[in-house]
Design a binder for this molecule. Structure first.
Ligand code: MG
Length: 211
């Protein structure tokens, strides 16, 4: 048994709802890229420990990670999740009802950068962010998150190892380069203190410093 298997066996419980959500992805022809359960549990823990009350997720897919995050919320907490594909958003809405989190979760359908600009322009703030959408725009999503982050907010992101491609210097593919840039931004931006946790495909977590 590997250490990862040990952790999964002992600490990760996917209930019937979460299993159903995974299944809904096949039915709806979604890419099979939901967050692995160990990353999801870690994300849940981060949101819970930080006391997040207002979460913004970029990239809904079937709503798997959104359900984990919604379950971390206290009474009165809310989660807004952004999804570009209308079909995926519809499937996710169904899943939120199945999970009984529909009162806490709302979805905005459309290009995430447009949605983020509108949110920023209307003065919205969040205390927890989860970035897990198209990788090309990770640096842009980070900039937008920083503009809407409460002091002390957490910004988390999936796929920061990009399946190990970031470690291969001969890989100059645009997506790989954008993730490298994103990781460098997390590491060097004066407004942040950051870490990548080597769970799943690399879960980054950054804390927005108080000014
Ligand atoms: Mg992902």
């Amino acid at each position: 048994m590997t250490e990862n298997e040990y952790i999964k066996n002992l600490y990760i419980r996917e209930d019937a709802v979460l299993k159903k959500v995974k299944k809904s992805m096949t039915v709806n022809g979604m890419p099979q890229i939901a967050l692995p359960p160990d990353s999801a549990k870690l994300l849940y823990m981060l949101a819970r420990i930080s006391g997040a009350k207002k979460i913004l997720e970029i990239g809904t897919l079937a709503g798997y990670s959104a359900i984990w995050l919604a379950r971390s919320l206290p009474e009165g907490g809310s989660l807004l999740t952004l999804e570009i594909e209308e079909d995926f958003a519809r499937a996710a809405s169904q899943n939120f009802i199945i999970a009984g989190v529909e009162d806490k979760v709302s979805i905005t359908v459309g290009d995430a950068l447009n949605s983020l600009s509108s949110l920023r322009d209307s003065g919205e703030n969040f205390d927890f962010f989860f970035i897990d959408a198209d990788k090309i725009h990770y640096p842009d999503y980070l900039e937008m998150a920083l503009e809407m982050a409460e002091p002390g907010a957490l910004i988390s992101a999936d796929n920061t190892f990009w399946g190990g491609k970031i470690l291969d210097p001969s890989d100059r593919e645009e997506t790989t380069e954008k993730i490298r840039r994103f990781n460098r931004m997390l590491s060097t931006d004066e407004r942040l203190e950051s870490m990548i946790i080597p769970t799943g495909d690399g879960l980054a977590v950054a804390r927005v410093k108080e000014a």
